[in-house]
Design a protein around this ligand. Structure first.
Ligand code: AGP
Length: 614
């Protein structure tokens, strides 16, 4: 997510701004920049692709004087991560500068209007459209900056946290928010501004949390002025910060992984925003719409990925074959790239990668591209190597995933793949409209269902303590939940270092049942669905051999519940959507067992967040 920092007071702004950007690095970003008004009234902007240290190098020999400034770390949403698209952005006259965290959904329409008034644009960002709109409004309405911001934001659809400078008013910062966080730090005749309190806490513990649709005017020597975008005055409420710096970076959670598990209801809402339209009963995936013939005419779909992303691909195989009736092969990228596969020009290759930099997956799509296949990628990092090499794709937009163990990216990948499967099936006519609508509407309920599952966190934390002794786990699932068994096993082994295997439940009879004992917990994913009765039989076979059963069941279940030593209920949902819910307790179970074993949960030994080497 982007990071915002601002300062106005009697100190040099630049060191405070840069230190603040470093404090926000945990949010993940791909470029950084700073805007300063120096004592002569000049507005200087310096920005660089890459880390904050790159910005510092770039600014080394520049005029970094001034007691007022704003700074930004950018997590690209619109426009490649590069120096031009980095924030801050000048207005056309270079009188104003803006930084922005969020997405202006109607930026294209606004941009068209501004171009008709002769405005030109340096970048491909939605943010530059906003600062041009503010300048245009200020000029045409002949208003002060705060009013211009207020009038402009009334034309904006989307989410924003912004800070704006006007070199003609070097004692003022105007900031506003809707959907993205913004905090004001109140110092002694100085103000701090930031996306969260992390850059502020070392200077003051007095903060004002800006609420949605509020605009704040910060002026040296005066009280903060808060109004709504409807121009209603609000009294600033100063609160006391109670938490430490380290806690702040993790949003109060003990680890990034736990924070990211709990972010999933919101990250899926963001991921589906503008794509799943319940009111219009449709799914709009631009990557599919722009390339529908390629998908409709595909004789085969090859999915290539690694690790957790490969598990998402396996779920997609069940969906695509059920709804779109197109044969699907799911390949480990590392095997696919070397086994001399047969790839045809009418193949569609879907590459799944959270980081967009996994070396094996990158090599796999290079191979497929050379063979003339159409490459579609599902990635979480805008402008990463894999989406750049792809013909089209779909970003998951869940924000940076800091914990090495993938959680929110996985559920977003699965959601994107289900949306894609539904689009293809509907267009091909292989999925009846009633099923399409039923699943589409249930997709809209999934974030709330996840919130309900997360309410069992404390219960799972207590239960996890009983399994720290285990040396081995086995995870079982059938159908859509067989890949979830694989994912649950991977989560446990990669952060707790306990050996775990995922298996199709019916495969137990073909060998693994020899392993069953009291010492090896068996996790069975057994929601109601087409294979429920079969998995009940599998559980009976395990119980007959004194296996300990931990089960994921549908709320209200009795049969599996009675056979289990521990049950985690999940809300009833469409069978193809159960993986998004059944994985949540497995993420929490792995997390709490790892914490109980005092593992380094966010950076487990030997692992990297992005495997950019073979
Ligand atoms: C999952 O928790 C692991 N971090 C790992 O398996 C990961 O999914 C794999 O390395 C693929 O990474 P990618 O999605 O960035 O390509």
């Amino acid at each position: 997510m982007c990071g915002i920092v601002g300062y106005i007071g009697n100190q040099d702004a630049y060191p405070i701004l840069i230190k603040g950007l470093h404090r926000l690095e945990y949010r993940g970003y791909d470029s950084a920049g700073v805007a300063l008004i120096n004592p002569h009234g000049q507005l200087n902007i310096y920005k660089a692709k890459g880390k904050v240290s790159e910005l510092e190098k770039f600014a080394e020999d520049k005029d970094i004087s001034g007691h007022i400034g704003i700074a930004h770390t950018r997590w690209a949403t619109h426009g490649e991560p590069n120096q031009v698209n980095a924030h801050p952005h000048f207005s056309e006259s270079e009188q104003l500068a803006i930084i922005h965290n969020g997405i202006i959904e109607n930026y294209a329409l606004l941009k068209e209007g501004l171009m008709q008034h002769g405005y030109t644009f340096r970048s491909t960002t939605d943010t530059e459209v906003l600062i041009q709109l503010i300048e245009y409004t200020q000029r045409t309405s002949k208003t002060d900056l705060r009013t211009a911001v207020q009038l402009a934001l009334n034309q904006v659809v989307g989410a924003y946290a912004i800070a704006v400078l006007d070199k003609q008013h070097p004692d003022t910062i105007v900031a506003a928010r809707k959907g993205s966080p913004l905090v004001v730090g109140v110092g002694d005749n100085e103000y701090f501004l930031a996306s969260d309190a992390t850059p502020i806490v070392e200077y003051t513990d007095k903060v004002i949390y800006i609420e949605d649709e509020e605009i704040v005017l910060l002026k040296k020597g005066e009280e903060p002025q808060i109004t709504t975008i409807s121009n209603v005055s609000k009294t600033p409420e100063i609160k006391k910060l109670e938490i430490t710096l380290n806690q702040l970076e993790k949003g109060g959670y003990a680890h990034f992984m736990l924070k990211e598990i709990f972010e999933q209801p919101q990250t899926l809402r963001v991921s589906m925003r503008g794509r799943v339209n319940i009111d219009r009963d449709c799914i709009a995936l631009s990557g599919f719409i722009d390339n529908r013939e390629r998908f409709l005419n595909a004789k085969r779909i090859i999915i290539t990925a690694c690790g957790t992303s490969w598990h998402a691909g396996l779920i997609a195989m069940y969906c695509i074959e059920e709804f779109a009736r197109i044969p699907v092969e799911v390949e480990y990228s590392s095997e696919f790239r070397y086994r001399k596969p047969v790839i045809n020009k009418d193949d569609v290759v879907i590459a799944i990668s959270q980081s967009g930099e996994t070396a094996d997956t990158l090599a796999a799509i290079r191979l497929a591209k050379d063979a003339g296949a159409f490459i579609f990628s599902i990635c979480n990092v805008v402008g990463a190597s894999i989406p750049r090499l792809s013909d089209s794709g779909c970003y998951t937009h869940v924000g940076p995933e800091i914990g090495v163990a993938s959680t929110k990216a996985f559920t977003a990948q699965v959601t994107a793949l289900i949306m894609l499967s539904l689009c293809i099936g509907k267009e091909k006519g292989t999925l009846d409209n009633e099923s399409y609508l039923r699943i589409l509407r249930e997709l809209g309920n999934i974030p709330d269902h996840i919130s309900k599952v997360l309410q069992q966190n404390d219960r799972l934390a207590r239960f996890a303590q009983m399994f720290t002794y285990a040396q081995n786990f086995i995870y079982l699932g059938r159908g859509y939940n067989y890949p979830v068994a694989l994912e649950g096993a991977l989560k446990l082994k990669e952060i707790s270092y306990i050996h775990a295997e995922g298996y199709p439940a019916a495969e137990m009879k073909h060998g693994p049942i020899a392993l069953i004992s009291q010492e090896m917990p068996v996790v069975v994913i057994a929601p109601h669905g087409s294979t429920y009765d079969k998995i009940v039989s599998n559980i009976q076979e395990i119980k007959a051999r004194q296996g300990k059963i931990i089960s994921i069941v549908t709320e209200g279940d009795t049969q599996v519940t009675e056979m289990s030593d521990f049950c985690i209920p999940i809300p009833k949902t469409e069978e193809c959507l159960t993986p998004i819910l059944s994985v949540i307790p497995l993420q929490l179970l792995a997390y709490h067992i790892a914490v109980a074993k005092e593992r380094d949960v966010d950076q487990p030994r030997n692992l990297a967040k992005s495997v950019t080497v073979e």
